[in-house]
Design a protein around this ligand. Sequence first.
Ligand code: ADP
Ligand code: MG
Length: 237
Amino acid sequence: MTLALTDVRLTYPDGDRRLVALDAVNLRVTGGELVAVTGPSGSGKSSLLAVAGALTRPESGTVRIADTDVTALDQKGRDRLRRERIGFVFQQANLLASLTALDQLLLVAHLSGASRRSAEARARGLLDRVGLGGKADKRPHQLSGGERQRVGIVRALMGNPALLLVDEPTSALDHERGEAVVTLLRDITHEQPLATVMVTHDLQYLHLADRTVAMRDGRVCPPAEFSPRSPAAVRGH
Ligand code: ADP
Ligand code: MG
């Protein structure tokens, strides 16, 4: 499975002008590859995920997920593609306060119409995979920040996606837990395999990614302008 963005442009209305959020963006991510996208706030990282995840249609350019031209789909087709092929993980795990870890996962399966028995087996297997087998009946307030984020990650995997889109997964975590979450994302990406795009402005985890691209002003910087260890990168630009 490959995600391919070609010459993608996205603008937002901004008074009587348009703000360019993505400008001539090209990105290819293949199955089994964790690509980190870094760059300062406002550089277009979340916009890139929204376009890659069929949440927002670009003004021009194409987005392909495997053999599907996402930009050619109607709303219904995009909804279906998201449900069947794409998992999302956000900054906060956004768990429902009243549900146990197991039920957070079963809720997604229920929404997609899977049978309870097969969904529960899958959910328990995924919780085991991330070391939370013993915490399946815990509610969010009984879990640490890192554990909640792990529930968020396996919830995104319930639908067996081919593409995983992750936005700032470590921003609510301390270094040790942040590193554990990114390591987990990398290992799962390799094992499934998934094509994973992880947005982060946290440069300390970039060494865990298979590849890093940097964004600036809506553009993906050419590799020559960015090296994770260059002084500019360390300052977060
Ligand atoms: P990042 O995730 O790197 O912080 P974003 O993709 O959120 O950047 O934003 C890129 C640019 O687009 C910013 O200038 C931001 O203010 C603008 N932007 C993002 N979302 C919207 C929106 N829904 N409407 C208008 N402008 C937006
Ligand atoms: Mg963002």
